[in-house]
Write a protein that binds this ligand. Structure first.
Ligand code: S3P
Ligand code: PEP
Length: 421
């Protein structure tokens, strides 16, 4: 199997998938830990970490700012920081790693000097305006490109004490970015939400937990406000838990094929928001008529593909911000489901409606799935290929964003592929 192929046609196994596959380390937690360790003085050891495009981009950017990062093995980073970041010689390139882009935009404001933070063509379509405005309200000299990257920061040293308001409706990563940078301020910083909703609040909880693990003092004042003390960060040894979003593909493969896949970690041991999807996946083929995806956003593609094989149709709500992820996932899911069978997926405003069709299983429906450089579109539609013959995933290498070993993991369970050039 060659993930560099233009496409992989999955051979539906026609039997339950059984075996043991441990998902890689959490992308979200690895990129938080890398940043916090980089901001600490001293050496931190991160184990169980993810090595993928997103975490390599974060590590590379931190190295460019004077942080020493060694990689003693395939799942560890040793990070030695000086307690401050140095101005990089060139713009920081963060590909399409949302966490790296947003977290570093806030972190580099502490640097004395000019820093340009940029990403690839996809990232340049992902909004960053609310975070930039919030930083500007703290007196930081910062400019974006009409609300999108690249962002140019003329830093003058650490945050001063104060209160910053942020609308996290488009991305909770803006809030996480401010919180993590705030601990390096010269006085206490209060981060308060405007707007009523944030998607996936659980990601902010992950941020607070990681900050505390590196010695920060964060107090949640109420549902919508946090106070961060100017403690800076302390080097720590830190274990990254497996990635819950990656786990959803394995849970999905298990219920779709009636198999038994041992992830080596029980669903209730995850602290990441997407672990909530496991209870829904376990209900397959009786998924509920309405699924609110807002608190498990990255699991929505997995659930949407499962929904195609469900007994009854499923409407996904609370997913408007899936339109500003790696691609417009609401549109991509509707389009690609309907490529398998016309009308299988459709958009209704910002909702996605998946028309269920349990009879899809066992059919041969040659379909080339466009993946839009989006790892989650590739991995979720791979699940369709476990039940339908002829499903080809185009650009299969895009899984490297968060799960480079994905195709090998399925292969280890007995799934085989034909490569398409
Ligand atoms: O904080 C994080 O680690 C993440 C937050 C979510 O993004 P948004 O906050 O942009 O919705 C999620 O989709 C992303 O994969 C990771
Ligand atoms: C939205 C995602 O990533 P990010 O925002 O970190 O680029 C994702 O991994 O599904």
């Amino acid at each position: 199997m060659d993930a560099r192929a233009n496409g992989l046609t999955i051979k539906a196994p026609g039997r339950p998938l059984t075996g043991r596959v441990t998902p890689p380390g959490s992308k979200s937690i690895t990129n938080r830990a890398l940043l916090l360790a980089a901001l600490a003085r001293g050496t931190s050891r991160l184990t169980g970490a993810l090595k993928s495009d997103d975490t390599k981009l974060m590590a590379q950017a931190l190295r460019a700012m004077g942080v020493t990062i060694d990689e003693p093995d395939a799942t560890s980073f040793t990070v030695t920081g000086t307690g401050r970041l140095r101005a990089p010689a060139a713009p920081l390139f963060l590909g399409n790693a949302g966490t790296a882009m947003r977290f570093l935009t806030a972190a580099v404001t502490m640097i004395d000097g000019t820093v340009v933070v940029d990403g690839d063509a996809h990232m340049r379509k992902r909004p960053i305006g609310p975070l930039v405005q919030a930083l500007r309200s703290l007196g930081i000299d910062i400019a974006d490109s009409n609300g999108y990257p690249p962002v140019t920061v003329h830093g003058r040293g650490p945050f001063s004490a104060g209160r910053v308001e942020i609308d996290g409706g488009l991305s909770s990563q803006y809030i996480s970015a401010l919180l993590m940078a705030a601990a390096c301020g010269t006085g206490p910083v209060e981060v308060a939400l405007t707007g009523s909703e944030i998607g996936a609040r659980g990601y902010v909880d992950l941020t607070v937990a990681a900050m505390r693990a590196f010695g920060a003092e964060v107090e949640q004042l109420d549902e919508a406000a946090w106070r961060v003390q100017p403690t800076g960060y302390r080097a720590a040894d830190f274990t990254v838990e497996p990635d819950a979003s990656a786990a959803t593909y394995l849970w999905g493969a298990e219920v779709l094929t009636g198999g038994a896949i041992d992830l080596g970690v029980p669903a209730d041991a995850f602290t990441q928001p997407d672990a909530k999807a496991q209870a829904l996946i376990a209900a397959f083929p009786h998924l509920p008529a309405v699924i609110d995806g807002s608190q498990m956003q990255d699991a929505v593609p997995t659930l949407a593909v499962l929904a195609a094989f469900n007994r009854t149709p499923v409407r996904f709500t609370g997913i408007a911000n899936l339109r500003v992820k790696e691609c417009d996932r609401v549109s991509a899911l509707a389009t690609e489901l309907s490529r398998i069978r016309p009308g299988l997926g459709r958009e209704d405003g910002d909702d996605l409606i998946v028309a269920s069709d349990p009879d899809l299983a066992g059919q041969v429906l040659p379909t080339r799935i466009e993946t839009y450089a989006d790892h989650r579109i590739a991995m979720s539609f791979a699940l369709a290929g476990l039940k339908i013959g002829g499903i080809t995933i185009l650009d299969p290498g895009c899984v490297a964003k968060t799960y480079p070993g994905f195709w090998d993991a399925l292969a280890s369970l007995g799934v085989t592929y034909d490569t398409v050039d």
